[in-house]
Ligand binder design. Structure first.
Ligand code: ADP
Ligand code: MG
Length: 355
C-alpha cells in the first residue's frame, strides 16, 4: 500500500482505524482527521493506558505510513533525538585513506605545515553518509511520508521542547557541519503526554490538542471485544462493568484499558463463559486490574459493602503517598458522602486527573 496523503473524512479515518482494531470516538476522529488534513502536529494528553500511543501506531498502519518513534525520557538529548556522528565509521574511513593522506602530506616537515595542508582537502568525513540518524532527522529525511510519534513528551526537560519546536515549526534540521535538511516529505506528528507536567505554551500553540480519557462502557466493551475476541461477549461486559465500578473509587491508579483487556483474557482462561460468573474469580481479576496493595484493599472493601462505614478510611502506614486520594477516601466515612466522593473521583478519572 502506498502511503496515504489524507483521509477523505473522519468517517473514512474511523473505518481505516477499525480495520486495525482501533476504536475511535467520533469527536476524536474529527480532530485526528483535521491534524492529518492540515498536517498539524497532534498533541494527545491523558492518563496512561487510554490508547494515545496506540492511536499513532494504528494511524501509521491504517495509512500505510512507516511509524518513526521517539520515546522521550529524562535526559534525552540531541544525540538521541536528532543525529550523532558515527565516529567509528569516520575512523574506518580515515584508516582506508591512510595511503592517500601519506602522499598528500609528503614533503611537509612540520606538524603545522601538515595540518594546514590537510585542512585544504575535503576528506568527506562530514557528510550525510557518516550521520547516525535518530527519529527526528529520520522523519525529516524520509522520502516517503511517515507518522512521527513523539511519545511521553512530558518526561523530557523543557530544553527538549525547544528542539522539538524548531523541527515541528520549520520542518527542517540544521547540521552545522553540513547545512540544513528540509523535510523531504511532511510527517504526520503525534505527541503524547501522560500529563505529569504542564507542557510549554509554545509547544501547545503549534499543535492541535485532544484530551483522551477513559471510554464509556459501550466503547470499552467494543475495544476489549476487538482486542480479545476469544472472550465471550457476556464476560467482556461483566469485566468492563467491574472496571468502571473500580474507576469510580478513589484509587491511586485506575485500571487502564490494557489492564481491562488483560482481565478479560484472564476471565476466559479461568473458564468464564457466561454472564454473572465474575464474583467467583474476582480476586484473580483484581490482580490484573489493580497494582497497589492499598487500592486492592479499598476495592475489596467497597465491592463487598457498597454502603461504606468508618472502616473505609485508609489505614496508617498504607503505601499511598497520594494525599488527595486519602482525603477523598476519608470522606467516605461520612455515610452518604460516599457516592458523592466516588462520583467526584470518577469525574477526575475521566478527565485524567489521577494517575
Ligand atoms: N481506542 C482503542 N482501540 C483499541 N485498543 C485500544 C484503544 N485504546 C487502548 N487500547 C488498548 O490499550 C492498550 C494500551 O494503550 P496505549 O496506547 O499504550 O496507552 P497510552 O499510550 O495512552 O498509555 C493498547 O495496546 C490497546 O491494546
Ligand atoms: Mg503511551
Amino acid at each position: 500500500m502506498s502511503p496515504t496523503t489524507a483521509f477523505d473524512s473522519p468517517e473514512a479515518l474511523t473505518e481505516a482505524l477499525a480495520a486495525e482494531n482501533y476504536v475511535i470516538d467520533p469527536e476524536f476522529a474529527v480532530v485526528v482527521h483535521l491534524a492529518t488534513a492540515l498536517e498539524r502536529p497532534l498533541l494527545l494528553e491523558g492518563p496512561a493506558g487510554v490508547g494515545k500511543t496506540e492511536l499513532a501506531s494504528s494511524l501509521a498502519a491504517a495509512s500505510g505510513r512507516r511509524l518513526v518513534r521517539l520515546q522521550c525520557y529524562e535526559g534525552l538529548d540531541d544525540g538521541r533525538a536528532l543525529y550523532e556522528w558515527d565516529y567509528g565509521k569516520q575512523l574506518m574511513h580515515v584508516q582506508m585513506l591512510r595511503d592517500r593522506i601519506g602522499e598528500l602530506l609528503s614533503g611537509t616537515t612540520t606538524m603545522a605545515e601538515a595540518s594546514a595542508r590537510l585542512q585544504t582537502e575535503d576528506t568527506g568525513l562530514y557528510t550525510e553518509h557518516f550521520l547516525s540518524t535518530r527519529p527526528l532527522l529520520e522523519a525529516v529525511l524520509s522520502p516517503d511520508p511517515v507518522v512521527l510519534l513523539v511519545d511521553e513528551v512530558d518526561r523530557t526537560e523543557e530544553s527538549m521542547e525547544a528542539l522539538l519546536l524548531e523541527v515541528l515549526a520549520e520542518q527542517q534540521v540544521t547540521v552545522p557541519e553540513i547545512g540544513t535538511f528540509t523535510a523531504r516529505s511532511i510527517p504526520w506528528v503525534v505527541l503524547t503526554s501522560n500529563d505529569t507536567r504542564e507542557l510549554s505554551p509554545a509547544l501547545k500553540r503549534r499543535c492541535l490538542h485532544f484530551a483522551v480519557g477513559f471510554p464509556t462502557p459501550e466503547r470499552e466493551t467494543e475495544i476489549v471485544s476487538r482486542r480479545a475476541p476469544q472472550v465471550a461477549p457476556e464476560v467482556v461486559t461483566d469485566v468492563v462493568e467491574l472496571a468502571h465500578l473500580l474507576r469510580g473509587f478513589p484509587l491511586r491508579k485506575s485500571p487502564s484499558i490494557s489492564e481491562v483487556i488483560d482481565a478479560a483474557r484472564a476471565a476466559a482462561v479461568l473458564g468464564l463463559r457466561s454472564a454473572g460468573e465474575l464474583e467467583k474469580v474476582r480476586p484473580a481479576l483484581l490482580s490484573a486490574l489493580l497494582k497497589y496493595g492499598s487500592d486492592r484493599e479499598l476495592a475489596v472493601r467497597r465491592l463487598d459493602d457498597d454502603e461504606p462505614g468508618p472502616g473505609i478510611v485508609p489505614t496508617a502506614g498504607s503505601d499511598r503517598p497520594d494525599t488527595a486520594a486519602s482525603t477523598t477516601a476519608g470522606a467516605f466515612g461520612a455515610g452518604r458522602a460516599a457516592s458523592t466522593g466516588s462520583r467526584a473521583a470518577a469525574d477526575r478519572n475521566r478527565r485524567g486527573g489521577r494517575r
